[in-house]
Design a protein around this ligand. Sequence first.
Ligand code: TPP
Ligand code: SF4
Ligand code: MG
Length: 351
Amino acid sequence: MTYIAKPRLHHPTLQRNAVGYTRRDYEGKISTLCAGCGHDSISAAIIQAVWELDVQPHRVAKLSGIGCSSKTPDYFLGASHGFNTVHGRMPSVLTGANLANRELLYLGISGDGDSASIGLGQFAHAMRRGVNMVYIVMNNGVYGLTKGQFSATADKGSKSKKGAINNDSPVDLVSLALQLGATFVARSFSGDKAQLVPLIEAALAHQGAAFIDVISPCVAFNNHAGSTKSYDYVREHNEAVNRIDFMPYREEINTDYAPGSVQEVVQHDGSVLRLRKLHAEYDPNNRIGAMNYLQEHQAKGEVVTGLLFVDPEPEDLHAYSNTVQAPLNTLGVNELCPKSAALEKINASLR
Ligand SMILES: Cc1ncc(C[n+]2csc(CCOP(=O)(O)OP(=O)(O)O)c2C)c(N)n1
Ligand code: SF4
Ligand SMILES: [Mg+2]
């Protein structure tokens, strides 16, 4: 783990957001990841998105598992709540925290090993339960931290640095998230900040399970010819279906586009996603269509990116479970332990 804190000196003219913070205030410690690792670019995109959204740092809880990717929360949002859990167990810890206090914004950071191997069950249940969170997988196709073994997202036929061929079929987390009922599903690339930042912003505004798979090359173990998660491969095979402009509810919309070239999605909180269509036939409101489109294009070796599916009226675990609105730590002892008479009443109603 890194222990190197960044100097706290700010240039006095650094721009401040509406809640008075500079971009530096959303940074964390100095990264100890390899120079050029895609994960550092994703950290920078998260910092940018949260700063632009004027979120107060104490309103965010960032949770992760184990891996180079799961180390990154140490490198951003240093003034937010954080919990580095056990390998593959971020979703259940996050679910518990979210049930205890729904007022925070939950950011779950994971890797392809963390979520598609040991944590696959945890990933599946967070998605199907509609936990209100932004679930980001920094996907490099290998276990970077343990020296580059193929992970479950490595494509069949892709080559390791030493030339071994992967014979196993890949787990596609985006397809799984769609099938499991996630209400916001996107894929992006760490090398495309212009696409990634508005996707993170829109996901943070989304009031349900939002999943973003970010292809994030590992320069130490998976950035060679024959890898399908290298910078070169993703740049050459990136098929973006749309570009989004994210507008928080308070902003006046004044950008002009040619009629028909833009699709507007108004989210539950009033924020607007303006989708500039790059593939005219692609409809991000059609879950089954998105699944078919992905499978067809994946079979051709293309990496489909963009906002793949969004339900503008999502429901989350709290709505399904009819839970109390207030964070549990604001309730008194009588509400938390309602005594035997209340239990009797409940039992009687079930007889
Ligand atoms: C229970 C448990 N099993 C195995 C490990 C060893 N281990 C640490 S990180 C890791 C894989 C990390 O891969 P990924 O999630 O893809 O993260 P990356 O390093 O590639 O970003 C493994 C297998 C562990 N820490 N804990
Ligand atoms: S080993 Fe790979 S994933 Fe880990 S920091 Fe280095 S480049 Fe990034
Ligand atoms: Mg990995």
